[in-house]
Design a protein around this ligand. Structure first.
Ligand code: SAM
Length: 449
């Protein structure tokens, strides 16, 4: 088999990223947008050790029925790759991915619940990050990255995950940037002005915050763009300019300037209200986040004693558990998020939560002798740091609630926790990200002695 070859292949499973997987000539064949049961014809586009990536040219047979995707950018866009599958099938596939990950680490006996569906399969996101680019004619582009092309952007006309207002803001910013003859940042040349546009729109309060990330401020002319945008889209509650002069292609920078509004937006989950700063993590599907936190509270139980909330963000889980706990200690690396968490505790009149800014793996060094009845962990995709796992093994909390956005690292970490004397009690996938293979999982782990 070589690059460019056409092959026919049966898809037998999903890989850990949600792509279809088959085998040929002793190699794993990975096919994007294929699902188990599909038989496809495709072209080999990449070959690596023991694996080849194949792009579909036609379907011979379908393992799951397909429908026309709603979004005009489907296929070109790097997101939403399951939009041509029914929502019910997407939920089944997510459950399968969680099961696969657990089986790989010997947890075949663990029952995985059916995936909890999202309230809405479209228009659910409260945050979207758009990138600027430049087309061949020199026009500024504003949109998302083309599939597999980290340096190529396409103009988004309408994204089906983001609200109509947010789509409207994107159109206005792109037109204004072109009218004002501003430039897009060019990664290779490290020149140009406009880098990212981040829009946060809260689903409960309907507040909208726009964060424009630029390489130069106050010079450069972005203030004119902001003022014209304010006239054209008066629904924007707050506008921030983030100055980012470094080379890393990330939508954060060294300084933030609030042009109008409070520089934060308010969102609520159940009875709890949150202020969210531009750099603070907040679950992107607000309505489903409420269900996620209710599930965590239910599994935590009525009286949960001393509780540790690792990777606590703006304190969402801590504040949901506070009235059931003796006290809660939250640890989070982003200082802005910790500030938000403290203010959120105050504004919700919660007095038994304490928040520490720092890395979980460092902060736990001085907490190893503390007794916690329950530890909640909600790490980013790479999972728990080895020192966090070791600290948990030493602290021996009776229960751990593991909230994961990556079933693969969850399973890896559970395998290590098994060595520290923990067993898995129950596993519930929760769909926070319809149309994509991403899946949140809540897992209860208990000490076996
Ligand atoms: C998936 S989010 C969970 C946030 C929160 N539990 C929630 O539901 O909103 C992961 C959080 O971990 C934080 N984080 C990443 N690395 C960290 C580390 N080494 N120590 C502590 N927090 C970290 C991130 O800033 C982010 O807020």
């Amino acid at each position: 088999m070589k690059r460019g070859d056409e092959i026919e292949i049966d898809i037998v499973d999903l890989d850990s990223k949600g792509d279809g997987r088959g085998t040929s000539e002793g190699r794993d064949i990975i096919v994007r947008r294929a699902v188990p049961g599909d038989k496809i014809r495709g072209r080999v586009v990449k070959k690596r050790r023991g694996r080849a990536d194949v792009e579909i040219t036609s379907f011979v047979d379908y393992g799951m029925s397909r429908k026309e995707a709603q979004c005009i950018h489907f296929g070109l866009c790097g997101g939403c790759r399951w939009q041509d599958l029914s929502y019910e099938d997407q939920l089944l596939l997510k459950e399968r991915m969680v099961r696969n990950a657990l089986n790989q680490y010997g947890f075949d006996h663990i029952e995985v619940e059916s995936t909890m569906p999202s309230h809405a399969p479209f228009f659910y996101r409260n945050k979207m990050e758009y990138s600027f680019g430049c087309d061949r004619d020199g026009n500024i582009q504003l949109g998302l990255h083309m599939r597999g092309r980290f340096n190529r952007v396409f103009d988004v006309e309408s994204c089906h995950l983001q609200s109509p207002l947010s789509n409207k803001i994107v159109q206005h910013v792109r037109r204004l940037a072109n009218e004002l003859d501003l430039s897009a940042y060019d990664l290779k040349a490290h020149s140009g002005l406009l880098r990212f546009l981040v829009i946060r729109d809260a689903k409960k309060s309907n507040q909208v915050l726009v964060n424009l990330v630029v390489s130069n401020y106050p010079e450069g002319g972005v203030e004119t763009l902001a003022n014209r945008l304010r006239e054209e889209v008066p629904e924007i509650d707050s506008f921030i300019i983030t100055l980012h002069t470094g080379k890393a292609q990330v939508a954060k920078g060294e300084k933030e300037f609030v042009l109008w509004g409070d520089g934060v937006i308010e969102e609520s989950c159940g009875l709890i209200r949150f202020d969210i700063s531009p750099q603070s993590f907040f679950q992107t599907n607000s309505i489903q986040a409420e269900r996620l936190y209710n599930l965590i509270s239910e599994w935590a139980g009525e009286e949960i004693g001393k509780t540790l909330d690792l990777y606590c963000g703006t304190g969402s889980i801590s504040l949901h558990l506070a009235h059931r706990a003796e006290h809660v200690l939250g640890i989070e690396v982003v200082e802005e998020a910790v500030e938000d968490a403290r203010l959120n505790a105050q504004r919700n009149d919660v007095k038994n939560c304490l928040f520490l800014a720092g890395k979980a793996e460092d902060e736990l060094l001085s907490l190893r002798d503390e007794d916690f009845d329950l530890v909640v962990v909600d790490p980013p995709r790479p999972g728990l740091h080895k020192n966090v796992l070791a600290a948990l093994g030493q602290m021996k909390p009776a229960r751990i609630l593991y909230v994961s956005c990556n079933p693969q690292t969850l399973a890896e970490n559970l395998y290590i926790l098994k060595d520290y004397g923990y067993g898995v009690r129950r596993v519930q996938p929760v769909d926070m990200f319809p149309q994509t293979p991403h899946c949140e999982v809540v897992c209860e782990v208990e000490r076996l002695d």
